[in-house]
Structure formats: C-alpha cells, structure tokens
Design a protein around this ligand. Sequence first.
Ligand SMILES: Cc1cc2nc3c(=O)[nH]c(=O)nc-3n(C[C@H](O)[C@H](O)[C@H](O)COP(=O)(O)O)c2cc1C
Length: 199
Amino acid sequence: MPVTIKIRTGYDNKDMRHLINMAKHCETLGVAAIFVHGRLAIQGYSGDVDYEAIKKIKEALSVPVFGSGNIFSPELAKRMFDETACDGILVARGALGNPWIFKQIEEYLNSGLAGIDVPLEEKKRILKKHLSYIDRYKAIRAQGKIGLMRKAAIWYLKSIPKAARVREKITAAKNYEDLLGLIDNAAISAARASARHEI
Ligand SMILES: Cc1cc2nc3c(=O)[nH]c(=O)nc-3n(C[C@H](O)[C@H](O)[C@H](O)COP(=O)(O)O)c2cc1C
C-alpha cells in the first residue's frame, strides 16, 4: 500500500537544509509522495505561501511533490505549478462550497480560459445533496449536525446576490427542514435580485 506524507515548511522557523534532509529521509524510507503546505505550523493560515520552499523540496526529491496553500482559484492553481514546478496540487479551503473547483482548474490549465460561473440551481442541488449526506452519515449529535449543515450552506451560497442576508437567515435556522426551505427561498430572492439588476 502506498504511504504518502503531508508536511509544512517547519514549526516556528524555516531551516531549508533540515527540511530537505527530512523530506529526503522520508523518501529513503519509502514514502510514495510528499504533500507540502507552504507555511510554518505556527502560521496557521496566515501569511504568504512559501512557494520557494516547495520548489526546493521538489528539486531535491524523486518522488512526486504536491503543493498546497491558498489555491482558491484556477489562477492560483497555475501559480502553484509555475512557481514550484510541483507534480500536483492539493486544494482544501477552496473546495468548501465549490466542489466544481477541480474541473474549473483542469479547464483553465488546458485552455487558459476561465470557465463560466456555476448556475445557482446547480449550486443549490449539490448543496442539498451535501446536506443529505451530513444528515445520513455524520454520526454526531443533532446540534453538531445542524451546525455543520449551516456552515456548508453558507459556503455554497456565499457569492449569491444578497448573500449577507441569506447568511443571517441560515445562521438562525433551527433544523434541517428550515434550512432546506431557506435554500429554496435564497434561490428565489437571488433570482429576483439579479432580474432587478438586469432591468
Ligand atoms: C476541512 C479541512 C480539513 C483538513 N484536514 C487535514 C488533515 O486531516 N490533515 C492535514 O495534514 N491537513 C488537513 N487540512 C489542511 C489542508 O490539507 C491544507 O494543507 C491547508 O488547508 C492549506 O491549503 P488551502 O489553503 O487550500 O486550504 C485540512 C484543511 C481543511 C480546510
């Protein structure tokens, strides 16, 4: 079974020599690929992504190296490839509420063109499917479940017209059924808002 590892660029400071030695040692031990989030552990999600460190690890290793950090758009995916020459990328927060990002990146890398926006109806359909999976499979208490569902709904609907009002309502939703009703209404009010915009 292939074993892969995921690392950051260090804990509280970057020591490139140590980082590369450690990555090479893992390679010697047989890891099949290395994923690198270009930040120190103490940075959390703050600060810039250290493309240079990912690039140096890539240059030093033979196994595939994947770059991670701030890939929120096809352009940033391309930047990761261009700046690090990595073999692959890892998208985390950019996929929250936008599972289409992988296709969007692929299309952009192949054609150089930004794809069209995902229609609201499609966002709504996939969001409902996502919520149904949380409902069915997430083995946690009801309060935790509705919290997770609210979060997911906000992710998917964050860029629709009147998103702030929709978010307020979602935050106040008490249960799964409320949330489903709100998603339908969010779609209607967004459609109204965009119709007004066209006029
Ligand atoms: C919901 C979520 C779950 C994550 N789970 C893990 C995990 O289990 N192990 C891990 O090494 N990193 C985990 N990460 C960190 C990501 O793999 C990634 O390195 C980091 O979020 C930076 O990428 P991003 O800017 O695309 O979010 C997680 C991130 C998110 C948003």
